[in-house]
Ligand binder design. Structure first.
Ligand code: GDP
Length: 481
């Protein structure tokens, strides 16, 4: 077993592991956020190394964030710009405010996307804490908070922001009120899955030139829009330099940004040590069912068995009882971590491996941390458990995820795991094949634009460059691979 108490050792090779290949800055107080420097003890070192260029971008971002963050002189000066409609001269710092919106998986992916946008445009990211962001995540940047101060003047408007808001960029375009000669003090960017063609102009280079001058951007999104950033000339070269391995964007940014608070980390580590750490192999199965009605569903159970059997992730059982006394040594112990709102799938697997021996002689333990029944996004511990479960899934050796689920995307990205995706069932029937291996560990952008900004016509944006392709689990989605 590993010595988890040893998280504070500081010899060189340990240091590189501990700091995730230089991704994390040194100098944070360890006790206030144990997960930051301890996560490396629970995972194999990532085979993907962050590029020196990405590391230098992160270090200069941290400097910018410290210089412009809440409470600083430049911040106060920038706030005064909000009193005017248009600004006459450029301030020192520009900001992008991420509005807390949607389920936890969606939020994690959208926040990573907005952070990357901030890196590309030299903006300071500020995070609306919503109901529970503060309870879930530690501060990721040294010496300066990423949380938007509670007295931020536009805060009371956040809930009501939508496609028809007067400062919504798409709305302004649609109504021909964008004046290229003047610089607005703030703009709202509506990048939610229901957005329209005008909102999608965000992904055009020309529009980025206009948007780029505005000191305050407020963004509401529930999507991982990174693949489409790659299609914007002016961003693509920078992205190539930051991420020579294109399929590692969320893997690195996710590990850089999202450190569970000590309370959530307790959920992760206690569970890991009690049920997973002793196993020779760990298999994660993330079951997310989008069908209406209470599960468990037989077709989903069939799909899980068919996938894990065919892909040889779990052994078959021997139903001929007389043979079961056969002794096989030594026994390999596999731990299966099931996450689902419903307890039925893991109960079923657990009974099967209790009632019958495996053909391989392997010992199978099945574990499911929580059974919350239904999505309760506003409840505190509910999301703490959801985050802990995403994290635990990311610590497994092999991962099976459900199509369309951002919950699964987060786990695969943090873990650096190429998952087997359980394809989406249609008409309550298990698809055939039940699952397939993902081409990359990147999340899928569920609502990409299909527009050629130069030609001003529709285009299949999944066919423009080799590394931005359609997703395995959603034909119209885009992912890096
Ligand atoms: P998505 O809807 O699958 O894309 O994932 P989201 O995370 O955005 O939203 C689903 C929400 O439902 C999560 O944030 C959790 O609150 C809850 N949820 C879904 N599946 C699980 C699960 O396996 N475990 C727990 N604890 N919560 C879940």
């Amino acid at each position: 077993g590993r010595d988890y108490s040893n998280a504070t050792t500081t010899n060189d090779s340990n240091d590189s592991d501990r700091l995730l290949g230089g991704l994390l800055a040194t100098g944070f107080d360890e006790a206030t956020c144990l997960s930051r420097y301890q996560s490396s003890l629970y995972r194999k070192p990532s085979p993907y190394k962050p590029s020196p260029y990405l590391l230098s971008k992160l270090r200069s971002y941290e400097t910018l964030h410290k210089r412009c963050g809440p409470g600083t002189e430049p911040y106060k000066k920038a706030l005064t710009q909000l009193d005017q409609d248009h600004i006459d001269n450029n301030g020192e710092c520009k900001y992008v405010v991420w509005v807390s919106f949607s389920g936890l998986g969606n939020r994690i992916l959208s926040l990573a996307s907005v952070f990357l946008y901030a890196l590309l445009t030299d903006r300071v990211l500020l995070v609306d804490r919503g109901k529970d962001m503060e309870d879930l995540f530690c501060e990721p940047f040294p010496d300066m908070s990423w949380l938007l101060p509670l007295d931020f003047p536009l805060m009371s408007q956040f809930d009501g922001l939508n496609q028809d808001s007067s400062r919504c960029y798409g709305h302004m375009l649609k109504n021909h009120v964008v004046d290229n000669d003047k610089t607005l003090s703030h703009l709202y960017l509506h990048l939610v899955h229901d957005y329209g063609d005008h909102d999608k102009m965000f992904f055009c280079q020309g529009d980025q030139t206009f948007i780029g001058k505005v000191p305050w951007l407020v963004v509401k999104t529930d999507n991982y829009f990174v693949p489409s950033l790659w299609l914007i000339p002016g961003f693509d070269e920078e992205l190539d330099k930051m991420f020579p391995q294109k399929e590692t964007v969320f893997h690195h940014l996710g590990r850089y940004l999202f450190h569970p608070t000590n309370q959530v980390w307790g959920l992760v580590t206690r569970y890991y040590e009690a049920y997973l750490s002793q196993a020779d192999e760990k298999i994660g199965i993330q079951v997310r069912v989008f069908d209406v009605g209470a599960g468990p569903f037989q077709h989903v159970m069939d799909q899980i068995s068919s996938c894990t059997r065919k892909e040889k992730l779990l052994p078959e059982v021997d139903t001929v009882i007389e043979r079961s006394r056969r002794v096989t040594t030594p026994k390999k112990h596999k731990a299966v971590l099931v996450t689902s709102l419903n307890s039925g799938y893991s109960e079923n697997l657990k009974s099967m491996y209790w009632e019958y021996p495996t053909l391989t002689g392997e010992v199978i333990g099945v574990h499911q941390p929580s059974q919350e029944g239904y999505q309760q996004t506003e409840k505190k511990m509910h999301n703490g458990k959801a985050l802990a479960e995403m994290y635990l899934l990311s610590m497994t050796d092999s991962l099976v995820t459900s199509a369309w689920s951002t919950f699964g995307y987060v786990a695969q990205g943090l873990g650096g795991l190429k998952p087997w995706i359980l394809y989406k069932p249609e008409n309550r029937t298990a698809p055939d094949p039940a699952c397939g291996r993902a081409m990359s560990m990147e999340p899928c952008f569920h609502a990409p634009p299909f527009y050629d900004c130069k030609a001003k016509t529709g285009v299949d944006t999944g066919k423009l460059v080799p590394h931005v392709r359609h997703c395995e689990d959603m034909s119209w989605g885009l992912k890096l691979g």
